[in-house]
Write a protein that binds this ligand. Structure first.
Ligand code: ATP
Length: 239
């Protein structure tokens, strides 16, 4: 469902992503891990069509993100790290606006908004101004937005960052539920979250894939260490 081949991105002279390749099969929830600055957000932005790569190839459900950007983008729901919401809009108004941008047919907009509001547990704040919502609710509005056009692929950049433990648990449960219908690439710094939510993982370090596979497979490869131990060992965060 997601195919990435030799993807490279330079910011000026700096190679933030250096020849990354990976595949995500349909129906998988994949944890996209790595220390700060590893290149996760850059890769996710390229896949979502918000950045162009310097070289390499990426396809979403067979659609090339560089050559068929509109078709590729239609297949993705992207939730950026800090959701850029319009704070002066009400939740419902915002979702309607976004549904229009995403070409959700007019006659289907109401039922889609009802569905995502219910699914993301924001039905009780539909008439509230986004600027007055807590961080947890804003994240859920971002997730509802990503789901609006019912894309087969969800790309979620640190969806639980800054949430309290209850909100984290709710968001994790929601992501697990969504994994039954969507293929999900999920970046996070919280390793227990990967263990609780994901089928497999990709660990990025210095712009390259440093480990990849099912959680069990990667753990086995590293002598059945915990994910945290493997992360530290690869990224050298603790010596
Ligand atoms: N617009 C930009 N211009 C120049 N350098 C950038 C730009 N965006 C990111 N970088 C650099 O590219 C590298 C990768 O950044 P990226 O945001 O992809 O990392 P990340 O793995 O998502 O990190 P984090 O976990 O902190 O979000 C970093 O060194 C970052 O400073």
């Amino acid at each position: 469902m997601i195919h990435v081949e030799n993807l490279t991105k330079y910011y000026g002279d700096y190679p933030a992503v250096r020849g990354i390749s990976f595949d995500v099969a349909k129906g998988q929830i994949v944890g996209f891990l790595g220390p700060n600055g590893a290149g996760k957000s850059t890769t996710m932005r390229i896949l979502s069509g918000f950045l162009t790569a310097s070289s390499g190839k990426a396809t979403i459900d067979g659609q090339d993100v560089f050559w068929r950007p509109i078709e590729a983008r239609r297949r993705i729901g992207y939730m950026p790290e800090s959701c850029p919401l319009y704070l002066e809009m009400r939740v419902e108004e915002y979702l309607r606006f976004r549904a229009g941008l995403k070409d959700v047919p007019h006659r289907k907009q109401r039922s889609r908004i009802d569905y995502v509001a219910e699914r993301c547990h924001i039905a009780d704040v539909r008439r509230q101004l986004i600027g007055t919502l807590s961080k947890g609710y804003r994240q859920r509005v971002g997730l509802a937005d990503a789901l609006l056009a019912d894309p087969p692929v969800l790309i979620l950049d640190e969806p639980t960052a800054g949430l309290d433990p209850t909100q984290i648990r709710e968001t994790r449960n929601l992501i697990r539920e969504l994994g039954q219908q969507h293929t999900i690439l999920l970046s996070t710094h919280i390793l227990p979250e990967v263990e609780a939510t994901c089928d497999s993982m990709i660990l990025i370090y210095q712009g390259q894939v440093a480990a990849m596979g099912t959680l069990g497979g990667v753990r086995q490869q590293y002598g059945n260490r915990t994910l945290e131990e493997i992360f530290v060992r690869i990224t050298g965060a603790e010596r």
